[in-house]
Design a protein around this ligand. Structure first.
Ligand code: ADP
Length: 266
């Protein structure tokens, strides 16, 4: 039996992509897509060629977050063309393939895996420095697939996004364990929605604080890097709602410097 033709096709496609980073979270709603989008914007602002791939089949939020709702995917003889939000930032989302954003997607595992495979095989990214993959929350079929498909061509590692709450941190442990089991390096953990800062004073409301030591302590215990804390920032939320980068001008005074610092650590 020869090599799997799909894996060969993925390897060919990914041969022009230097780095692949998976963005994971244990739970939904912790800011995984926001981080994926802002990481992509930040890398693009540093003049890297960036691709952002959203494979959250049941809840693709990247099109909305980047102001790309209702866009259609164009096909050429080179494959599916990503939609460009900057000249060096192309986006592909399962959301572009769904007829109605309000309709529930009730697909079983094999169909989801088929679509992920197709994304990796058929999207014409061209030369990329970074491919940022926004995965669904949890550790499901889709995660095993994306890791298996990407591992054939090398994957740099995963970034895990969490909030400071125990309920979210418990699931981060599962994500770290998943990464260890499948042999994906944890590049770091981001604690998002970590307090609410008042821009004009130093006072910080610990909105989601818990009695536990938060993500930093957990990282130390589990032997994985801690990337830092992003506060709850109404401006960051607004940037995501309006589909723009939080690094533009003075828009996110509180969160943008923190995010930039984290990204430099990678
Ligand atoms: P996930 O991808 O984990 O489901 P999202 O990235 O969709 O989560 O974020 C959920 C909501 O929280 C979005 O409306 C987003 O704008 C908002 N959000 C995420 N992070 C922050 C933050 N640090 N400050 C303010 N709002 C945030």
């Amino acid at each position: 039996k020869g090599p799997d033709p799909d894996l060969v096709a993925i390897a060919e496609r990914m041969a022009t992509v230097k780095h692949k980073i998976l963005i994971l979270s244990g739970k939904g709603g912790v800011g995984k897509s926001t981080f994926s989008a802002q990481l992509s914007f930040a890398l693009a602002s540093l003049d890297f060629q960036v691709g952002l791939l959203d494979i959250d089949i049941c809840g693709p939020s990247i099109p909305k977050m980047l102001g790309l709702e209702g866009q259609d995917i164009h096909q050429s003889n080179l494959g599916w063309s990503p939609i460009y939000v900057e000249s060096n930032l192309g986006v592909m989302s399962v959301g572009f393939m769904l007829p109605n954003p309000d309709e529930a997607v009730i697909w079983r595992g094999p169909r989801k895996n088929g679509l992920i495979k197709q994304f990796l095989k058929d999207v014409h990214w061209g030369e990329l420095d970074f491919l940022v993959v926004d995965a669904p929350p949890g550790t499901s079929d889709e995660h095993i697939s994306i890791v298996q498909f990407l591992q054939a061509t090398g994957i740099d590692g995963a970034i895990i996004v969490t909030t400071p709450q125990q309920v979210s941190l418990i699931d981060v442990r599962k994500e770290v364990s998943f990464c260890k089991k499948v042999g994906v390096e944890v590049l770091g953990v981001v604690e998002n929605m970590s307090g609410l800062s008042q821009p004009l004073t130093d006072f910080k409301f610990k909105v989601f604080d818990s009695s536990a030591g938060g993500a930093a302590e957990m990282c130390q215990e589990m032997g994985v890097p801690f990337l830092g804390k992003v506060p709850l920032d109404p401006q960051l939320c607004k940037a995501a709602e309006e589909g723009r980068s939080c690094f533009e001008g003075q828009s996110c005074r509180v969160s943008a410097p923190v995010l930039r610092g984290m990204i430099e650590k990678l």
